[in-house]
Design a protein around this ligand. Structure first.
Ligand SMILES: [Zn+2]
Length: 653
């Protein structure tokens, strides 16, 4: 547990530092007032409220919020939140701070927290004027030990304290990553849709997303206005295929067009060595904005001689865990890794564009599919290029946990791309995995996040947070925490999460260890026995991947945890264990229905009554517990179940 700090779960304890200078609350007596400007910004008002609310949860005391020219009282400490005349008088100026940055500084017995602020919505992830708010969250995390585990009240762990006193501070901080994003499913659904009847009620979905916005901001997610534009190839085959077939790939069958026979996609990969096409791309560009030249969103690249001449020599035998990075699984055609070809293409595009605008940013968008491996040739791209690292295609390296050899290999690819000098972000898809099951891991994924950060990652765009808080919450919490502090040790973060279960912390740790071990031990089984596209097809195979007997020890661990948690007079610890139990029960009910479908979209006629019964139980369970936000049920029904199962038999239930 190197570097970790232990947080006692005592019912009442003091957060008091040697040489305390600022007193917030002492022995359950308020010692401070919160001071804001007479005309505070939306950021400052919101930040002050967040501060007061969390201190009240910790101490039971609600501090008063006072406009600065209206101060009658003489408290021990004043907590100035946001820009104030008092801060200006002390020479503390937030005006020239970089985006999302704050100053936290004590002067005598008073504390100043201020940074960028405005009247824009503080919860909008594209709003960079939130320095003051980020300062308050830093304060709450470091001095009040607040932990935001999952969306909603139960997921907010605030240790009780009778005293909050802090030492002199002087801190100036900006987020370690410029942009920090975990995508999530939308929440706008029709009242009468099957989704609304099988999963989230529309109003609860709305509440869930509001709670999620808070959770994300408290973890300082956002900065999305600083994320460069990305996108796949936009040259439309339907528009240009007739007049310029030579702009598009030469297929293994010797024709130009879609390498997947029978597919009518408008998007077809390009013959990137075609100079007329290169000039056309420049002609289409407005000369100012980011020039987006992402590759196609599926494997298959041009097989013409000129394009292949730009490639590096291909391995005779690709690594055993990466064969699908080289050969298309649907057509068995070997395309190889075409990173050298594309890096050269991107460079040609940048050189042509630089004649119009020398500062052009070329967004290569995705280091992905056939361009995942680092270029072999010594090719220099530099800071006018931006790309997002996406491990994908081969199931051995799509998901965590992955075989150790694959783990080392993807790190090498990151380092190789970094050597080209390109600006890099991380855009993985592995959080899609796991359906509603306790299928997750924290070790490799956490380690890779930290590795990428140390090796130049400037931001993230995770696709996506599926919201399975009750079964995969440890993994999601770890990802949120790493976004605000990538230098934290994984073990420290894990212990923070377990502490929120009070006297049950140890048993809850064992519970999560049990499932993580199951995922690690079955890494290859999952790959061999489940669909390559398992992230979307999970409901078809879940009953085989998670047979009922594996739930027995896990259920027992949670029963023990519940007894331990109930020994505390604070009910929140037991409530959190029950939250985990709800996730597990939900998984079991879902598996029951999956087993009846048994890999089929349609339920066999002779099992229709069983299916109706299982679905009725599942839906009832969801409706009974949806308000706890144990699962983003809209994601569950629309993304997974709706794609895999035909549940029209719900009509008439
Ligand atoms: Zn070509």
């Amino acid at each position: 547990m190197a570097g970790s700090k232990s947080i006692p779960f005592l019912i009442l304890f003091s957060i008091s530092f040697a040489f305390s200078q600022i007193r917030v609350v002492t022995n359950s007596t308020p010692q401070a007032i919160v001071v804001i400007a007479d005309n505070p910004s939306a950021t400052a008002k919101f930040a002050a409220q967040e501060l007061v609310d969390h201190i009240a949860l910790a101490t039971g005391i609600t501090l008063r919020v006072i406009p600065e020219s209206n101060q009658q009282e003489d408290p021990f400490s004043r907590l100035y939140i946001g820009e104030t005349k008092a801060a200006a008088k002390q020479g503390i100026d937030a005006k020239r701070l970089p985006r999302e940055t704050f100053i936290m500084r004590s002067v005598g017995n008073d504390l100043f927290i201020l940074g960028n602020e405005s009247d824009a919505d503080p919860l909008d992830p594209r709003n960079p004027d939130v320095g003051t708010l980020f300062g308050v969250y830093e304060f709450l995390e470091n001095f009040v030990n607040v932990r935001w585990l999952w969306p909603g009240k139960l997921g907010t762990f605030v240790p009780r304290a009778s005293t909050i006193e802090i030492p002199a501070v002087k801190q100036l901080e900006q987020p370690a990553l410029f942009f920090r994003h975990m995508r999530n499913h939308g929440h706008v659904m029709d009242e009468n849709s099957l989704d609304a009847r099988l999963g989230f009620s529309p109003s609860v979905a709305q509440q869930y997303h509001e709670a999620l916005d808070f959770l994300y901001r408290r973890h300082r997610m956002g900065g999305l206005d600083a994320m460069p534009a990305t996108g796949h190839n936009k040259i439309d085959w339907r528009k240009y295929g007739q007049t310029h077939p030579e702009w598009f790939v030469l297929t293994s069958e010797g024709r130009r067009g879609n390498p997947k026979p029978g597919r009518e996609d408008p998007q077809v990969s390009l013959c990137v060595t075609n100079e007329e096409l290169q000039d056309f791309i420049i002609d289409q560009w407005d000369g100012k904005s980011t020039l987006v030249v992402g590759p196609e969103d599926s494997p298959g690249r041009c097989l013409c001689e000129k394009c292949r001449a730009w490639d590096a020599p291909q391995p005779e035998t690709p690594p055993w865990f990466a064969t699908l990075m080289y050969t298309d699984e649907d057509t068995d055609v070997f395309y190889g890794q075409t990173s050298d070809r594309y890096a050269r293409f991107w460079k040609v595009i940048q050189e042509k564009a630089a004649k119009i605008n020398p500062d052009v940013l070329v967004s290569v968008s995705y280091l992905y599919e056939n361009e995942f491996t680092a270029p072999v040739a010594d090719i220099r791209l530099g800071k006018n290029f931006f790309g997002e690292f996406v491990q994908w295609r081969d199931p051995h390296l799509r998901y965590f946990p992955m075989p150790d050899a694959a783990f080392e290999w993807i790190k090498e690819q990151w380092l190789g791309w970094k050597r080209t000098g390109i600006r890099m972000a991380y855009r993985p898809n592995y959080l899609h995995d796991g359906y509603v099951l306790p299928h997750f891991e924290t070790r490799q994924s956490g380690e890779f996040f930290k590795f990428a950060y140390e090796q130049g990652m400037e931001g993230t765009d995770f696709d996506m947070n599926t919201g399975q808080w009750a079964v995969q919450g440890l993994r999601l919490y770890m990802h949120l925490r790493l976004h605000s502090d990538p230098e934290l040790e994984i073990e420290t973060i894990r212990q923070e999460y377990f502490q929120a279960f009070g006297p049950a912390a140890k048993s809850v740790e064992k519970y999560f260890d049990y499932w993580e071990k199951y995922a690690i031990e079955n890494t290859l089984n999952f790959i061999q026995n489940m669909e390559v596209r398992r992230y979307a097809k999970y409901p078809l195979e879940v009953h085989e991947a998670f047979p009922p007997e594996v739930f027995v020890p896990a259920t027992a661990l949670l029963e023990r945890a519940l007894k331990e948690a109930q020994s505390s007079p604070l009910s929140e610890f037991a409530e959190r264990v029950k939250f985990l139990q709800i996730g597990l029960q939900h998984a079991l009910l879902t598996i029951e229905l999956a087993a009846i479908h048994d890999g089929q979209k349609e339920v066999p006629q002779n099992r229709l009554n069983d299916a109706k019964g299982a679905l009725r139980n599942l839906v009832q369970f969801r409706k009974d517990h949806e308000h706890l936000f144990f699962s983003d049920l809209y994601h569950v029904t629309s993304y997974w179940e709706g794609r895999c199962w035909d549940m029209d038999y719900f009509d008439g239930l």
